[in-house]
Design a protein around this ligand. Structure first.
Ligand code: BMA
Length: 331
């Protein structure tokens, strides 16, 4: 039977999106997979941990770029593939980016990747070492060969997240300018580019607020285009007497001028509650880097890192999530 319901997500259908129904008695805006963690820390023999990773639909299957910290504790990026989005195969060798310019090609570390389909290719952005952390950019057509281009910004910057289409004729990226350490501050900004190389026309999007998002915030998955605005899932950090606590919430941004925040959650949507989120190399972290969406059903599958050690999966229904954001908004 044809689905004639109004579609809130503006984008393609994804009938094979990983999905589990809301558990009985759960009233939360997002719920965890019963199969969590879906990727264990030692899925490849050289890894210390696999977390904060990005996945996309690819030719009826799924592909991704994974943060695999190795057993020397170097932060590396690896390619992965999956038929169902749950069971993953990850290359044992890290990605070797092709790059014509030796100045850019010199590899230091890479972490917290995002992957974004725009027009004719998959763009990868990540936290890249260039005299400190900044945003690296590469593209791939097949998740086998990756072409690296210029870094987007000067150091120091993290959480570079592209919008999935040009807006006002420009590529648009969110980022979180910061410092060189375990940054104790950070707000979300937006930059624009005619060509993915030159970034400017910077705009402030939103800053820290109370409680779970009081120390720093950063964009998570690629923003989801909806009839209510861009749905941006983002992480927020609280400094407790025992260190940082990473949770995530969501905001709705104006479609044409996405630096304008329409709504933003005062309470978090998910916070580290489960053991694999509270115990690991960095305790008390949920860190979302990707979301799959199915426009036909409004289903969203969120991939997030747990405790800087494993990958978890959470689910939400777009209309319920938007309703939660609006009903609990504080700008
Ligand atoms: C941030 C990044 C993330 C990490 C988080 C918690 O600064 O390094 O990769 O998940 O800290 O340690």
């Amino acid at each position: 039977m044809a689905n004639t319901a109004k579609k809130t997500i503006i984008g393609p259908d994804l009938p094979n999106i990983p999905w589990e129904n809301r558990p009985k008695g759960c009233a939360d805006a997002a719920w965890r997979s019963k199969r969590n963690p879906i990727i264990p820390r030692d899925l490849i023999p050289t890894s210390n941990s696999i977390f904060n990773s990005a996945v996309v639909p690819f030719k009826g299957e799924f592909r991704g770029v994974f943060r695999c910290d190795d057993r020397c504790r170097n932060m590396q990026l690896h390619s992965g593939r999956s038929r169902d989005g749950i069971k993953w195969e990850i290359d044992e060798q890290r990605i070797r980016f092709q790059c014509d310019d030796p100045e850019i090609a010199r590899w230091g570390y890479g972490y917290d990747p995002r992957v974004c389909w725009i027009e004719d290719r998959y763009w990868v952005t990540w936290c890249n070492c260039y005299h400190g952390p900044t945003i690296g950019i590469a593209y791939t057509h097949d998740f086998e060969t990756y072409h690296q281009i210029e870094n987007a910004y000067l150091p120091f910057n993290r959480n570079g997240v592209l919008f999935p289409r040009k807006i006002g004729g420009k590529y648009v990226m969110l980022s979180r300018p910061s410092d060189n350490g375990h940054t104790p501050f950070g707000d979300i900004f937006l930059s624009q580019s005619p060509d993915m190389i030159h970034w400017g026309c910077h705009r402030f999007v939103m800053g820290r607020k109370g409680g779970w998002q009081s120390t720093k915030i950063g964009a998570g998955p690629i923003p989801i285009e909806t009839t209510e605005g861009w749905l941006m899932i983002y992480h927020g950090v609280l400094t407790s007497c025992n260190g940082f606590v990473y949770s995530f919430g969501a905001a709705l941004l104006d479609i044409e001028q996405p630096w304008k925040v329409l709504y933003r959650t005062a309470p978090y949507i998910m916070s580290p509650w489960e053991t694999y989120e509270c115990v690991g190399d960095t305790p008390n972290v949920v860190f979302p880097c990707a979301a799959l969406t199915d426009a036909a059903t409004g289903r969203i599958a969120i991939y997030y890192g747990g405790a800087d050690t494993v990958v978890g999966l959470a689910f939400a229904q777009v209309d319920e999530l938007i309703e939660f954001v609006k009903a609990n908004s504080e700008l």
